[in-house]
Design a protein around this ligand. Structure first.
Ligand SMILES: [Zn+2]
Length: 211
């Protein structure tokens, strides 16, 4: 994960030297700042670090910023500025792809907030494995028998499960966002979010076998 820009240190525009309100693009002349390369995906998009974001707003920010960061915008500039534009354009694509999909946005935000990665913590919610193993067996049987009625029903069950897990993740992030939670509660919430995200990836994997 990229290093965060220093908090509270005002960033001066490399072009017009005015103070910028964020570390990505100058508010006045729209020059891309070198500090943009160190911004996390949310900061890069000019959005708050939260799970619940408006996907249309994300798209609008992506389009606007991609225009300023486009390499064509830097054709007459120095090689350093040209490579800055290339790098920031690539980072914007990466950020958009990650934040657009709720499951990958959740995983990214969790690690940004200090939660464990899927490699560090593979646990799932209690009872999840038992139920899912049964579904997995039923699915394998139905697939080998070519039973479309059963695979169709199982797909519905998995989609409902996926939906339920994503709603739970949204409400846990919401709870985490309440400033009142103490550090111990905050850590518990992050651990619980990790479990739910692990479960969602599991269900998504099963669903991908059905498409
Ligand atoms: Zn400027």
């Amino acid at each position: 994960m990229s290093e965060k820009p220093e908090q509270g240190v005002p960033v001066k525009c490399r072009h017009c030297e005015r103070i910028m309100s964020q570390p990505v693009v100058c508010d006045y002349c729209h020059a891309i700042s070198p500090t943009a390369t160190r911004a996390d995906h949310f900061t890069l998009m000019g959005l708050p670090q939260r799970f619940d974001l408006d996907e249309r707003e994300l798209h609008r920010c992506f389009i606007a910023l991609s225009r300023y960061a486009h390499p064509d915008f830097a054709q007459s500039e120095s090689p350093e500025v040209q490579s800055l534009h290339l790098k920031v354009s690539a980072n914007l694509n990466d950020a958009y792809r990650t934040l657009k999909d709720p499951a990958s946005r959740a995983a990214y935000l969790l690690e940004l907030l200090g939660g464990a990665s899927s490699a560090e913590d593979k646990s799932v919610p209690e009872g999840f494995l038992g139920t899912t193993m049964m579904l997995q067996e039923e699915l394998a049987d139905a697939k080998s028998a070519g039973d479309r009625a059963v695979t169709g029903r199982l797909k519905k069950v998995l989609l409902t499960q996926h939906d339920g897990l994503m709603k739970r993740i949204a409400s846990l992030f919401d709870e985490h966002g309440q400033a009142v939670v103490c550090e111990a509660v905050r850590k518990d919430l992050l651990a619980e979010i990790r479990k739910q995200i692990n479960a969602v990836s599991y269900v998504a994997k099963l669903l991908s076998q059905l498409s």
